[in-house]
Design a protein around this ligand. Structure first.
Ligand code: TXD
Length: 316
């Protein structure tokens, strides 16, 4: 099997962790691109020099030239500013749209057959713009938000119930904003509904309140990290989340992961990128998994989609 190639556009906080994770897992050869001279070269040299310690053997290159991303299988985009305390993701739209425009043109020219995973915020809008500029099929341009938002929800559930995070499954749909939709009904500990476990622990009423508090914390989890760091936003967790998606694509694993995908009627949404469960394989998005939302979930989804639409339409 030919070696895979992963290019990372943006060599900041998330980009650096992405590069290290690609190396540790030997996902393929890695190129780290940034406009800042020396930054991607320095990070890749640093990561390459511990290959003998961590025992990975892949080619790692830092660059300021788009030519180096040629023949990439997967491109992950983190280029763009992160938020500072008090900012919403949407506040980044103007500056990050300009950055995304040049990035998407670079990918279109030099890696026309790649599958793109966008991480830059505001996520739903940046994925939309990236697809528009590259003109790639929708199945080859997706965004990372749901894997992280879901992991945050699962983490809070595990802490609350005193069980291993490994045994909790939880999923978040919708846009990557404060109106995201954590699916309470389907959250489980090895298949046992979390709602039932909370009811056992606290009784029906208090159990519901505890769940609502976890939903609220999940929605604000990105901001919670920003408020603590003060200088930027979460970077370990978005990097690991995007790597799970990239790995499923590179190894054709067909994992079902919540991803920001272009919808054409699914979940009552037509013509917008929104977070939904998707089968990720060598062709990118190979299937969108649909299921029936109850009235309350659909109402939350509609609210989240309305926020995405407002943001995306503001770019036109
Ligand atoms: O889950 C998610 N989707 C996210 C998204 C979770 C957390 C943060 N998320 C967003 O990712 C965040 O709001 C930002 O928009 C991106 C990147 O976050 P990161 O923390 O990595 O930001 P940095 O450290 O500022 O890195 C951004 C890099 C930096 O090195 C710049 O020099 C570079 O982007 N940059 C560019 N690279 C290439 N091309 C251009 N034009 C460019 N402009 C800036």
């Amino acid at each position: 099997m030919a070696r895979k190639k992963i290019s990372l556009i943006g060599g900041g906080q998330i980009g650096g962790v992405l590069a290290q994770l690609c190396a540790l897992r030997e996902l393929g050869d890695v190129v780290l691109f940034d406009i800042v001279e020396g930054l991607p070269q320095g990070k890749m040299l640093d990561i390459a020099e511990v290959g003998p310690v961590d025992r990975y053997d892949v080619n790692l290159k830092g660059t300021n030239s788009y030519e180096d991303i040629k023949d990439s299988d997967v491109v992950i985009v983190t280029a763009g500013l992160p938020r500072k305390p008090g900012m919403s993701r949407d506040d980044l739209i103007e500056v990050n749209s300009k950055i995304m425009t040049t990035v998407a043109e670079g990918i279109k020219t030099y890696a026309p057959n790649s599958i793109i995973i966008v991480i830059s915020n505001p996520l739903d809008a940046m994925v939309t713009l990236c697809q528009k500029i590259t003109g790639f099929p929708y199945s080859r341009v997706i965004g990372q938000a749901g894997v992280l938002d879901s992991a945050r929800f699962a983490t809070f559930i595990a802490w609350e119930l005193g069980v291993s995070v490994k045994d909790v499954t939880a999923m978040t749909l919708g846009g990557h904003g404060d109106d995201m939709v954590p699916l309470v009904r389907y959250a489980s500990v090895n298949g046992i509904p979390v709602v039932e476990l909370l009811e056992q622990k606290y009784g029906a009423e208090k159990g519901k309140e505890v769940m609502e508090a976890m939903v609220k914390r999940t929605r604000g989890a990105g901001g919670e990290v920003v408020a603590l760091l003060k200088t930027g936003s979460a970077f370990y967790s978005p990097a690991s989340s995007a790597i799970a998606m990239a790995e499923s694509i590179l190894k054709d694993q067909k994992r079902v992961l919540p991803a920001c995908c272009f919808l054409q009627g699914e979940f009552g949404v037509d013509g917008y990128y929104v977070g939904v469960p998707a089968v990720l394989g060598e062709k990118g998005v190979e299937n969108i998994i649909q299921f029936k939302l109850d009235a309350e979930e659909q109402a939350m989804m509609d609210k989240s989609v309305a926020a995405v639409k407002g943001l995306v339409d503001s770019m036109k």
